[in-house]
Design a binder for this molecule. Structure first.
Ligand code: NAG
Ligand code: NAG
Ligand code: NAG
Ligand code: NAG
Ligand code: ZN
Length: 628
C-alpha cells in the first residue's frame, strides 16, 4: 500500500482527544487571522459594505429573536414554579388535568417480551409490525437509583415522583433525615385540583402511599391507611378518589379479613369523620356507572390484598374490576367533578402487579399485566384526546407513563446448555398457559391440603394432568419437575416455593431468563401522550426529573406543604408518622438497619443463606409483600 494512502487512515483512526479538538480551534483561528491580515487598497469600501450588511443582519436577528421569545412564552407547557411567579402575575394558565401512570417493575425487556407475545398470539403470520400502544409514545428514559442503593425499591422510586427528591429504599415520601416532603398530590389538592389514586395492589403499598402519606418505613401500612383517608394526615383528606385493593388494612383486627394490628375501623371512621363513600364489591363498582354515578370522596377497595393478576382475573371478572375499568371510572368521575372548576385533576394510575410477576419470575403473568397496562394507557390517551378537543369542557390533559424500576432482571434470551446458544426465545409457550404460576401454586396447595389421604402417585398424576398440562399448557414435564412440585406442595424441607418452580418451567421452555427475584438497576422508559407537552421529558433523565415535571405541569408549590408537614411534627399531634408493623417483632431481614434504611451491602458469596427461604409457608407472597 502506498504511503500517502496509509496516512489519512492513520489520521482518521486517531482518537479524538482534548488535544486534537484544541488543534482544530487553533486551525480555525489561523484561518481567520489569515483573512483579516490580507488588506487591500479597497479596504475602506469593503469596510463600509461590511458594516452596512452587519447592521442589516443584526436588525433582522433582533426581530427574529423577539418573535421566537414571544412564541416560546405563549406556548410554554412547563412553568417552572415552586414559588409565585412574579414576572407573570396574571399569566393565563389553562385548566389542566394530569394523568400519571406508573408501570411498577416494567423494564424495557418487559415491552419486548409482551410485543413478541402479542404478535405470536394475534397474528403470527403477519409482518413484524405488531406494537403496543405505549411504543408510539416513547419519549425518554429514567435513571432510577435511590440514596441508599443503585437498585431502588418502589418506595424510594415513588418518592422521586411524588416529592421530586431522592430518598432511601423504604422511604414513603420522607427524606434520608426522616423528615416528610410535600407531594404533588397534596399540593394539587391544596391548589384546588381534584385528586385520585388507582392501583391493582394494596392502596397502602409503596407507590400509592408515596402520594398521600408519609412514614419512615413502607411496611407501616396501617398508618398509611389512616393517612390516606385523612384521619391522621396533618392536612386532613388530600385524596378524592381511591380505587384498588388492600381492604385488610382498613378493617379492625376483630373482623374477618383484617390484617391490621389494632382494632381501628378505618372504613367506618373515614365515612364518619371525612365523609367518604365506600364501595367494596363488583356490584358496588358497576353501580358507579363508568364514573357517571360517583359521589366523592370515594373509597373503593375491591380486594382484601391484591386484585388478581389479569390472566387470573379474567375468569373472576364478576368479582374484580380490571385496571382499565377502574381507570375509566376514575377519569370520568374526576372529569365530571371538575366540570365547573377552573382547575382540573391529578390522577395516579398504577399497573402495580407487573412488578409482582417480575418478583415471581413469571413471564406468563407479566405479559398479561403489561397488556392490561397498555389498554389502560390507551384509555387514558382516548380520554386526554377528548378533553383536549372538547369545545365546552376543554382541559389541557397530558398522560405521562413511566416505571419506578425494573423487576426480575428479565432477558428475552436464555442459555440452557453449554453449547453455543441458538438465537431464539419462544413466545408460543406463554400463549399455552391459562393461569399465573402464583394461581396454580395456590391451587396445588389447596388440592394437597384437601386430599391428605391421596396416594403419592395419585397426587403426582393430578399435578401432571391438571396443573402442568391443563393449567400451564406444558406437555413435556419431566418426572423430576413433577417430584419437585410435589415436595413443594408437601412443604418438605429445602423445597422451593411452587410459584418459583412453575414459573421456572415456563421460563426455561420459552427460553426467557431472569437474574433475580428482586429489582434491577436498568433505566426504564418514559412515555407521554404529547411529544410537545412532554418535551421536558425527552432523552435520559433522573427519576426525580419526572417528579419535577409533574410539579411544573400543574404549577404546584410543594415547599409550602413540606413546611406544614414538618410543623405538624411538633406538639400534640406529633405522632401521626409513627408506625407499627403487624405480626412483626421489629426484625426486618438482614439487608436493613434498625431504622428500616438499607445498609450498603457487600458481596456475600454465591450461596448466601436467606432467613426467608425454606419457609414452606402457606403463602410465600407474605414474604414478598415486605419487599416489593
Ligand atoms: C402491519 O402490516 C400489514 C401489512 O402491511 C398492515 O395491513 C397492518 O395494518 C400493519 N399493522 C400495523 C399495526 O401497522
Ligand atoms: C386488636 O387490637 C387491640 C389494640 O387495638 C389489641 O389490644 C388486641 O390484642 C388485638 N387483637 C388481636 C386478636 O390481635
Ligand atoms: C363504559 O364505557 C366503555 C367505553 O367507554 C363502554 O364500552 C362500556 O360499555 C361502558 N360501561 C357501562 C356500564 O356503561
Ligand atoms: C401447547 O399446547 C398444545 C396443545 O394444546 C401442545 O400440543 C403443545 O405441545 C403445547 N406447547 C408446549 C410448549 O408445551
Ligand atoms: Zn416497584
Amino acid at each position: 500500500m502506498a504511503k500517502d494512502q496509509a496516512e489519512p487512515l492513520l489520521h482518521a483512526s486517531r482518537p479524538s482527544s482534548d488535544d486534537s479538538s484544541e488543534r482544530h480551534v487553533e486551525e480555525d483561528d489561523a484561518l481567520l487571522k489569515d483573512s483579516t491580515t490580507r488588506t487591500s487598497s479597497r479596504w475602506n469600501r469593503y469596510r463600509e459594505i461590511g458594516l452596512f450588511a452587519w447592521a442589516l443582519i443584526a436588525t433582522a436577528l433582533v426581530i427574529i429573536l423577539a418573535v421566537l421569545y414571544e412564541h416560546a412564552e405563549s406556548t410554554t407547557n412547563n412553568p417552572p414554579s415552586d414559588s409565585p411567579d412574579n414576572d407573570h402575575p396574571t399569566a393565563p394558565f389553562a385548566k389542566r388535568n394530569l394523568i400519571f401512570m406508573v408501570s411498577d417493575g416494567m423494564g424495557p425487556t418487559s415491552l419486548s417480551l409482551t410485543r413478541s407475545f402479542l404478535h405470536q398470539q394475534e397474528s403470527p403470520d403477519s409482518p413484524y409490525n405488531t406494537t403496543l400502544v405505549l411504543d408510539s409514545h416513547l419519549i425518554g428514559t429514567s435513571r432510577t437509583r435511590s440514596t441508599s442503593s443503585l437498585i431502588t425499591d418502589s418506595a424510594a422510586g415513588a418518592t422521586a415522583f411524588s416529592c421530586g427528591l431522592k430518598s432511601y429504599n423504604g422511604a414513603i415520601s420522607v427524606l434520608p433525615d426522616g423528615s416528610p416532603c410535600g407531594t404533588v398530590l397534596e399540593a394539587a389538592k391544596r391548589a384546588g385540583y381534584m385528586t385520585g389514586l388507582v392501583v391493582t395492589t394494596r392502596i397502602t403499598d409503596a407507590t400509592p402511599a408515596c402520594f398521600a402519606s408519609h412514614v419512615e418505613r413502607r411496611d407501616y401500612e396501617d398508618t398509611i391507611a389512616e393517612q390516606e383517608v385523612g384521619l391522621t394526615h396533618p392536612l386532613g383528606r388530600t385524596v378524592d378518589l381511591i380505587l384498588g385493593g388492600g381492604r385488610c388494612h382498613f378493617l379492625p383486627n376483630s373482623s374477618e379479613g383484617s390484617c391490621r394490628g389494632d382494632d381501628t375501623d378505618v372504613i367506618s371512621l373515614a365515612q364518619e369523620k371525612q365523609g367518604w363513600h365506600y364501595a367494596s364489591t363488583r356490584s358496588d363498582f358497576d353501580a358507579l356507572g363508568n364514573g357517571s354515578n360517583v359521589q366523592l370522596p370515594l373509597l373503593g377497595l375491591f380486594a382484601s390484598t391484591d386484585i388478581p393478576y389479569e390472566i387470573d382475573r379474567r375468569a373472576q371478572s364478576d368479582i374484580y374490576p380490571s385496571l382499565t375499568e377502574m381507570s375509566r371510572t376514575a377519569l370520568n368521575a374526576l372529569s365530571a367533578a371538575t366540570g365547573d372548576s377552573d382547575k382540573g385533576f391529578f390522577l395516579m394510575i398504577e399497573g402495580s402487579r407487573i412488578d409482582h410477576a417480575g418478583h415471581s419470575n413469571d413471564p406468563v403473568a407479566q405479559v398479561h399485566e403489561v397488556l392490561e397496562y397498555d389498554r389502560a394507557f390507551a384509555a387514558a390517551l382516548a380520554f386526554a384526546s377528548t378533553k383536549n378537543n372538547d369545545d365546552e369542557g376543554k382541559a389541557e390533559t397530558i398522560v405521562i407513563s413511566t416505571s419506578d424500576h425494573e423487576t426480575g432482571g428479565l432477558a428475552t434470551a436464555r442459555q440452557l446448555h453449554t453449547t453455543y446458544p441458538d438465537y431464539h426465545w419462544f413466545p408460543s409457550v406463554l400463549t399455552n398457559a391459562t393461569h399465573s404460576s402464583s394461581y396454580l401454586s395456590h391451587q396445588l396447595r389447596e388440592h394437597v391440603g384437601s386430599h391428605v389421604a391421596a396416594s403419592t402417585d395419585a397426587m403426582k398424576t393430578w399435578i401432571r394432568n391438571q396443573l402442568v398440562e391443563i393449567g400451564m399448557g406444558c406437555y413435556d414435564a419431566t418426572h423430576e419437575e413433577i417430584n419437585l412440585l410435589y415436595s413443594s406442595a408437601k412443604g418438605e424441607e429445602g423445597s422451593l416455593p411452587g410459584t418459583w418452580l412453575l414459573a421456572d418451567m415456563v421460563s426455561r421452555r420459552s427460553q426467557v431468563g431472569w437474574t433475580t427475584h428482586g429489582h434491577s438497576a436498568v433505566d426504564v422508559n418514559v412515555y407521554a401522550s404529547d411529544w410537545e407537552g412532554g418535551r421536558a421529558l425527552r432523552g435520559s433523565m433522573e427519576n426525580t426529573d419526572v417528579g419535577g415535571f409533574l410539579r411544573g405541569w400543574l404549577d404546584l408549590d410543594l415547599g409550602g406543604i413540606t413546611d406544614d408537614l414538618k410543623k405538624a411534627l411538633e406538639g400534640e399531634e406529633s405522632g401521626w408518622m409513627g408506625g407499627k408493623v403487624e405480626g412483626e417483632s421489629g426484625e426486618q431481614g438482614n439487608e436493613e438497619g434498625e431504622d428500616g434504611r438499607e445498609a450498603l451491602d457487600a458481596y456475600q458469596g454465591d450461596f448466601k443463606r436467606s432467613k426467608r427461604s425454606s419457609c414452606g409457608c402457606e403463602d410465600e407472597f407474605a414474604a414478598y409483600h415486605r419487599v416489593h
